[in-house]
Design a protein around this ligand. Structure first.
Ligand code: SF4
Length: 757
């Protein structure tokens, strides 16, 4: 059933004891679980490797890569440019984000296969060729499939999706990244990470009744806030942590993304061992059992957590109430006993219109079994479900098993609609049936995110997040002020009935089963396989290598835009409808910098074309310069390129002929992405020099023939009135990154090193 890589896992465990001992000796103190995993995955452990939390960037060597279908497109298009016959580490692609939920699993899947055919054909063939495991549409959601097949205690993984962190439930350091990072690791390069801080969450007591694992993270989100975990790994420990099922741990780690955490993790224990064995990985469990002490924090950490964590939070599970969080933000946490009052005081629409359970966050056997126990009660107690109710299984393995065991029938008996094993309503892929798509209304989900418009595109939809059990109970009641722990409902006979607390088992008593999990194993030798790209496609386009540096200073370039104020990667490469083109660099480049504000007229997407004097869109102007063989330059202010790490924000300027981006300061990831694409990213030595740049400037960059680490370069501005200004710019390129620039991109350098032109 499972398709894990036993060889790789054996090697990780064989090396673990010695590596942990070395780190412990170097630091001279006890280690937490994530420290053990991080430091045993260093790319290159030199005597001066810094172990400074929150300050130093360090190179790591992850064990594997996972990609969802939306982000995998550009990542694999880029990987193809590296000239490698195969990916350097085990990697997988998961077709989950592009399936729209409308009428139910079968119809919706058939439509998605047709609408997204060009994307799926590309992903399937490119995966087959380069040794990447391919999970077909309908196989399930990336994080559920990773948990069922690939995650292993003590491993390190990166994934091109923010909820990659879900695998922390199986004791893995798993981190969500941009496509450029995935390309690095697949191409055999190191992966850089800011050493995280550590937050410890000690769980005592034991959950009972209506409380579930989801309530732990809903509570933590309320304590820490949506940004409070930024730059930190959250480690859960204590007897309460050990008592939670493996999939429950996954739920908690999954939603760690909602507090901004780099990742979250639980220590290895019996629950993980049980889950590994139930999902066909007894060999991994046996191996992990032999090195358990290295897959948990040292006892000294448990005994005195304040000495090892930057922050310690304590939660007694015996006292934890079920929570409902929202609307609009996942950290607005309401204990269920306070929620009815909050609904009334804040004027949230009291009528609940839809309850949605499942998703990558909450579709374990335990989740669905407990929720189904409520569905059975509703039938037995003659209750009619008042709200619409949908179920999104996280994988075909889960769907098949709960279909066999009857839980899906229980949901259907209360009017539940089973959607495809895919993201669907969680990511806005939801053709919701509604009389008015702008009406204020309330929905509740067992998903993780609830930002405005996230589910159905309606900014007036109040989306709340809770456990599957609470969502099911609320859907039965159809009323947000209902408290299932204390309130009765009136049934079809006019009687007042109380729902009993949900019950369920952690793992299927008859074992998991599936007929066709939806997995395509890659070819052993992919050299003869042709990657399928429809030449008519508007969504997929093969890349061609960027040109190498011409070996001279860059002169005679034109100002493209002097961006004013905030310029995030969203301003540089907008999302929304453009995401459709994320596998087609030329098409998506038509959004380049269209959100940036032009300093000279305070307008977006309106800059002067210096060749004609007319005002045009930014991408159009860049295309004019490119066609004329003239390079262009972008100027910006502070923290340029902050936000999502999407690589398109660096690839588009490169594609449209921008040679340099010169700003007051960079967001680090974007700066690195520019370097990877062979661009020049500089900062003003004197920030006031930003004011010298004029709308009609022609620009030279001088000093490139002696481009070296730590040495400033000179920018010369030739103004239209014949005068000129010049100033120094600084850079952070190291030797390797300068080679990237010279080769035209990091991938060009890899090609070159592999003997390809
Ligand atoms: S189910 Fe939702 S959170 Fe999970 S991977 Fe899909 S879109 Fe992301």
């Amino acid at each position: 059933m499972a398709v894990f890589d036993l060889d790789m896992i054996q090697k990780v465990y064989a090396a673990l004891p010695e590596k942990v001992a070395k780190v412990r000796a170097k630091l001279g103190r006890a280690l937490t679980v994530s420290e053990k995993i991080l430091y045993t995955h260093l790319w290159n452990d030199t005597p001066d490797t810094p172990y400074t939390r929150g300050k130093a960037y360090v190179d790591f060597a992850p064990d594997r890569v996972a990609m969802q279908d939306a982000t995998a497109q550009m990542a694999l298009l880029q990987f193809m440019m590296a000239g490698k016959p195969k990916v350097a580490v085990p990697s997988t692609v998961h077709c989950d984000h592009l399936i729209q939920a409308k009428t139910g699993a079968d119809n919706d899947l058939a439509i998605a296969m047709d609408v997204n055919k060009e994307v799926y054909d590309f992903l399937s063939t490119v995966s087959n060729k380069y040794g990447v495991g391919f999970w077909k549409p309908g196989a399930g959601i990336i994080h559920q499939i990773v948990l069922e097949n690939y995650a292993f205690p003590g491993g390190m993984m990166i994934g091109t999706d923010s909820h990659t962190v879900n695998a922390g439930g199986l004791g893995m350091v798993a981190i969500g990244v941009g496509g450029a990072d995935a390309v690095d690791v697949m191409a055999g390069m190191p992966w850089e990470l800011l050493q995280p801080k550590l937050i410890g969450v000690e769980l005592t007591g034991e959950m009972n009744g209506w409380t579930s694992a989801k309530d732990v993270i809903l509570k933590v989100a309320g304590i820490v806030s949506a940004k409070g975990g930024t730059g930190a790994i959250v480690e859960y420990f204590g007897p309460g942590a050990d008592s939670i099922s493996c999939t429950g741990k996954g739920t908690i780690c999954n939603m760690g993304a909602e507090i901004g955490a780099t990742t979250s993790i639980f220590e290895y224990g019996e629950a993980m061992s049980r889950y590994l064995r139930a999902t066909g990985r007894a060999q991994v469990a046996d191996l992990a059992d032999q090195v358990t002490e290295h897959l948990r924090s040292d006892e000294a950490v448990h005994n005195n957590p304040e000495a090892y964590y930057d922050q310690v939070i304590r939660i007694n599970l015996s006292e934890l109430e079920p929570h409902i969080n929202g609307p609009y933000t996942p950290d607005l946490a309401w204990p269920i006993s306070a929620f009815a009052k909050a609904v009334k005081e804040n004027g949230y629409p009291q009528k609940l219109e839809v309850g949605l359970i499942g998703s990558c966050t909450n579709s374990s056997y335990e989740d669905l079994d407990r929720a189904a126990s409520l569905a059975r009660q509703a039938v037995a107690k003659n209750l009619r479900t008042k709200a619409e109710f949908t179920v999104t299984p996280g994988s075909e393995l889960i769907r098949y098993t709960v279909s066999r065991d009857g839980q899906l029938a229980d949901f259907e008996a209360i009017g539940g609609v089973v959607l495809a094993n895919a993201c669907g309503p969680c990511i806005g892929q939801w053709a919701r049936h509604t009389d008015d798509p702008k009406r204020a209304n309330s929905i509740i989900t067992s998903f993780n995110r609830n930002f405005a418009k996230r589910n159905d595109g309606n900014p007036a939809t109040r989306s709340f997040v809770a456990s599957p059990e609470i969502v099911t109970a609320m859907a039965i009641a159809g009323d947000l002020t209902f408290n299932p722990l204390t309130d009765t409902l009136i049934n079809e006979n006019g009687e007042a009935v109380l729902l009993d607390p949900p019950t369920g088992v952690e793992l299927p008593p008859k074992g998991f089963d599936v007929e066709d999990a939806g997995y395509q194993s890659p070819a052993a030798d992919g050299s003869g396989i042709t990657v399928t790209v429809n030449p008519e496609s508007k969504r997929i386009e093969l890349l061609t290598p960027f040109a190498p540096w011409e070996g001279t200073d860059l002169t005679g370039m034109k100002l493209l835009i002097k961006a004013k104020g905030k310029c995030t990667t969203d301003h540089i490469s907008m999302a929304g409808p453009w995401l459709r083109f994320r596998g087609h660099l030329d098409n998506i480049s038509n959004n380049m910098l269209t959100g940036a504000v032009n300093f000279y007229n305070e307008l977006t997407n309106t800059v002067q074309n210096q060749l004609t004097g007319e005002f045009m869109g930014v991408p159009d102007t860049a295309r004019v310069y490119k066609a004329a063989g003239i390079g262009s330059v972008v100027f910006g202010e502070e923290n340029y390129g902050e936000g999502s790490s999407r690589e398109h924000a660096a690839m588009e300027p490169r594609h449209l002929g921008v040679r340099a981006v010169i700003v007051k300061s960079f967001a680090r990831i974007h700066e690195t992405n520019l370097k990877k694409q062979g661009m020049l990213g500089f900062t003003f030595v004197n920030k006031a020099d930003y004011d010298l740049v004029r709308q009609d400037d022609t620009i030279d960059i001088v000093g490139l023939t002696d481009f070296r680490p730590g040495k400033n370069l000179t920018v010369v501005l030739h103004h239209a009135d014949g005068t000129q200004d010049s100033f120094e710019v600084a850079h952070t390129y190291n030797e390797t990154q300068i080679e990237w620039f010279k080769a035209g991109s990091a991938l060009n350098l890899i090609r070159k090193q592999g003997g390809l032109a």
